[in-house]
Design a protein around this ligand. Structure first.
Ligand SMILES: O=C(O)CCC(=O)C(=O)O
Length: 311
């Protein structure tokens, strides 16, 4: 159902996201309303369970690399174990992760909410993914509260102007396991993407010592089924509850912004990945098209071979 359907109930909204079709899902009037109001959308069954299974299999078989080490083009982020094991450039870990880049369940929502169609913002393409990672957390692991409109930076802005959304960054967090009470769910403060004040508890937060966000005034913990996705503007104050249960919580995050952005950690996609992706997906991971004089073409970075990038 398209925009204009204000009678959309929550149930219908969820069913719409369950549709087993490759036709890209388009935002409804209710999606726009809820996204604007709360700063996030819960996309139920965004990815089917076979797809989830294939990603979990890759993670199960992935070598146990240490923080800062590489396996292929995947890098384990050097973060404290208290935040879990995060594998950066996860779209390099295999086709099931590649398929998430321009996933039809969310790609049109991303284009709409990052915004910029018909303006310079789309000069290099509609979107750029500056970070893609998997994160596996065990007992006592979590991430503390961060972000919020009151942090005041452009990446964190939430903006609706001239009838258009213009968001600095939108995250898609896809659950690879069910996330139930005690599992360490994502926590959000609905509406904080428009907040004019920092959360008082954020003022003296000790990032090294902090664990989960549970108990934070105004925050909710989102329960998800494996295959559900949480689409949220990075401007919303968020984090995760500490995992209390045995076992693991698994998820991936892909962060989308304008194609004039840059990689958060300076990664560069592999030539193999760029050669495999369809042009739209390739543009989302590497929007640059370099122009250099002929005598300087050998000076381009290894991956940036013009023939590959102009296709
Ligand atoms: O781990 C989570 O659930 C929250 C993820 C997060 O904080 C982020 O994507 O910035």
């Amino acid at each position: 159902m398209q925009s204009g359907a204000y009678s959309f109930s929550n149930f219908d909204l969820e069913s719409a996201h369950m549709a087993k079709t490759e036709t890209p899902y388009k935002a409804t009037a209710m999606d726009d309303y809820l996204f604007d109001l709360r700063g996030y959308l819960h996309l139920k069954n965004a990815v089917d369970l076979d797809h989830v299974k294939s990603m979990n299999k890759i993670l199960d078989e992935f070598p146990k690399i240490q923080p800062g080490e590489w396996h292929g083009y995947v890098h384990r982020e050097p973060i404290p174990q208290s935040r879990g094991v995060c594998l950066q450039q996860i779209y390099e870990a295999g086709e099931p992760f590649e398929r998430l880049i321009d996933n039809p369940r969310w790609i049109e929502l991303l284009k709409r909410y990052v915004g910029g169609e018909g303006s310079f913002d789309w000069h290099h393409g509609p979107l750029f993914i500056d970070e893609s990672f998997s994160c596996v957390r065990g007992p006592h692991e979590a991430i503390g509260m961060h972000s919020g409109n009151a942090e005041c930076n452009k990446k964190l802005q939430y903006h609706y102007q001239c009838g258009k959304f213009m968001c600095g960054q939108i995250n898609v967090l896809l659950a690879l396991t069910d996330i139930e009470p005690g599992d360490g769910g994502t926590m959000l403060i609905p509406g904080s993407h428009k907040a004019n004040f920092r959360h008082p508890a954020a003022e003296n937060l000790d990032w090294e010592k902090t664990r989960g966000m549970e108990g934070t005034e105004g925050a909710i913990e989102v329960m998800m089924k494996a295959g559900d996705a949480l689409l949220f503007v990075d401007a919303i104050t968020h984090g995760a509850a500490e995992r209390k249960n045995p076992g693991e919580r698994r998820m991936v995050v892909y962060r989308y912004g304008s194609a004039w952005g840059n990689f958060r950690y300076g990664y560069i996609p592999s030539p193999e990945l760029l050669a495999r992706l369809n042009p739209a997906a390739r543009q989302m991971v590497y929007p640059w098209k370099h122009q250099v004089p002929p005598h300087a073409s050998g000076m381009l970075p290894g991956i940036a071979q013009p023939a590959m990038l102009q296709a």
